[in-house]
Design a protein around this ligand. Sequence first.
Ligand SMILES: [Zn+2]
Length: 129
Amino acid sequence: MLHDSPQNAGRPETASAAAALPRTGPRCPECLATFESVSPRQLFCSAAHKAAFHNRQTVRGRQLVPLVMAARLTRGGTRGNVVAGRKARRDGDFLMQRWADDDRREGRMSMIDYFALRDRKGFDTLLIR
Ligand SMILES: [Zn+2]
């Protein structure tokens, strides 16, 4: 049987893998690992993490856009169809809190930090139509 070197004895494999990561540099929104970016606008450590993050955001967006818009257009359920507006606001708030909890539990970047990161890197949300 092979023995661990003294400095690795008893440490899980992930500890030595984490030690190989750069200590500085951007953090990947999907895994929060630091990485060396090849371009100033690179946000993710890998194509796989970029795809995973964006696929999840697409699914969430399809659920959330009608709720947020109905809530906003009824001023949170106080104008027009107040029954639909209130339900849209409640359901949207519930989903957003559940997803924030999921992201925290799964070790992903918060949407606040993700938005701030995109903003710092010059991604303009209002230019996308
Ligand atoms: Zn990553």
